[in-house]
Design a protein around this ligand. Sequence first.
Ligand code: FMN
Length: 221
Amino acid sequence: MNTAPPRIHVEIEPSILYFGTPVVLLSTENQDGSFNLAPISSAWALGQTVVMGLGPDGQTAHNLGSRPDLVINLPAPAQWPAVERLAALTGRSPVPSGKPEDCRFEPDKFAAADLTGEPSHLVRPPRVAGCPIQLEARAGRVQPDVFGDFLIVEAVVCKVHADSRIVVPGTDHIDPAAWSPLIYNFRHYFGLGPELGHSYRTRTPRRSHPPGPRGVSNGGC
Ligand SMILES: Cc1cc2nc3c(=O)[nH]c(=O)nc-3n(C[C@H](O)[C@H](O)[C@H](O)COP(=O)(O)O)c2cc1C
């Protein structure tokens, strides 16, 4: 018999709906040939395209409007302090009026975050050396969202770099047990908890998978 108390939903009006998406660090090229770095969490992948939501006044949006090359760097959970060091900084001068009051201009965000750049292979902006996954990409479409408040960027990934420690040896698979994104969960940072199960569509070769939903193993699907 189920003795758990019934769940009650209440109607709320939260100011933000950041329900937990990976943090990425976008490196882009400034007009003078230097490079900007900015954290965003509105990012998701569809095939080889990464879709991102950007405030239109920031330096990143400004850069991508004229220079489409970028690197989408995925930090590990332990790198959250470096991400947070970038939170109140903009590469845009003067600081746009729409930015939070404590936001200040910083021309060298790599140094400010204590992060190091390393050359990319196909695009001009550098990769962030310590990030386990780095996606070289080009913005193919930059357009306003439905309210005109944000820009929706669709970037096509042209090269993937992965730390060998998170790759299943001898394959092109990221090992989901070795990799965790840094998750932005209602403005708080989290990593992933232990694996719960897997999709029937996984192709990742591993010594043992935890059971699927019906308690069966992968079965080669
Ligand atoms: C964890 C985190 C997630 C963020 N997510 C976004 C986002 O999805 N889109 C966005 O436009 N800004 C986001 N921001 C805010 C930008 O990083 C911030 O506006 C920054 O000043 C942009 O820098 P830029 O003006 O040099 O591009 C986020 C900040 C943090 C710390």
